[in-house]
Design a protein around this ligand. Sequence first.
Ligand code: 16G
Length: 234
Amino acid sequence: MTAPKYRELADMLRKRIAQSPIGTSTPSERQLAEDTGVSRMTARRAIDELVKEGLLTREVGRGTFVARPTVSVPLQLTSFTEDMRARGHVPSSRLLHLGDVPANEQVATVFSIEVGAPVMLLSRLRMADGVPMAIERSHLRTDVFPGLDRYDFAEESLYRVLIEDYGVRFEAGEQVIRAGIVRDADAESLRVSKGAAVLELVRVSVSRGSVVEWTTSTYPASRFELSARIAPVT
Ligand code: 16G
């Protein structure tokens, strides 16, 4: 059985995209249909497929462009700022929330504190070269890090502040990765459609035997890849 037409067309476009710089504008449905002799519907399906895969981005009123490649995040106790810089991207953030919230049961269990005790919630939209990559919600112990709310976390790296100003020495961490669907409230900031697939990375990091941070990072699945060194079984 031969592959459907739109798949063949998508394959052809995939090869072209691989050789085009990020941001290159790609032909419109109409143009593509004309150039290749397929129907507009087939051209649309092929483009849709590539948008879904994260290879192309559609910008309303502007057209379709070659998307930036997936960001690769290592499984190490490094910060977003370091990860992005190491890959040649310019990191930036938009502050969404910074202030105390009462610990719910989950937060209280993670930090071994009373339910209702104040914890600092820092929420940020994290970007690479101005493109939204993740929404991060970090919980931190207010009593262990007093005065965290005086920092401008749109500019600052949380890990730099914790290490240099509060003397944290990250010694261990645990990370859980799970698939999910974007929260409706996050879809616009992340520039994905409602219902888009995301990956959530939940990190607990430990310094001097105590949990210092509990962070959930929500990445659109299309912009994310995880890489880890695989150690031999000992
Ligand atoms: C990373 C960490 C996150 C940490 C943040 C600090 C993962 C999955 N998470 O995103 O736990 O809070 O870096 O980033 O890697 P910053 O120092 O750039 O503010």
